[in-house]
Design a protein. Structure first.
Length: 94
């Protein structure tokens, strides 16, 4: 077993870090306290990122929850349609 640190960074909360152990089954389960802080429930989806030898686990909210979150990007219909067209062309090329 090896030691792993879970780090939670959220604008609304201060940073929190808890040390834990990874299992021999190649599983990594954050402590319940950490899951509760980010709203992660059993069966919830997460994104794993590794940067500079640090693992970040980010909760992906369910659709209805995500719709209630503050919006962070602005785009026009024209920009959206252009982006869709470019993505479709990229997929066709593959």
């Amino acid at each position: 077993m090896y030691s792993i640190e879970y780090q939670l960074t959220n604008e609304a909360q201060s940073e929190k870090m808890v040390k834990g152990d990874a299992s021999n089954k190649e599983e990594n389960v954050p402590p319940k306290e950490m899951e509760a802080l980010i709203g992660l429930k059993s069966g919830g989806k997460v994104i794993y990122r590794v940067r500079d030898a640090k693992l970040t686990v980010e909760h992906i909210p369910e659709l209805l929850t995500a719709l209630k979150l503050p919006k962070f990007a602005k785009t026009t219909v024209k920009e959206f349609e252009q982006e869709c067209k470019e993505l479709a062309e990229e997929l066709v090329e593959r």
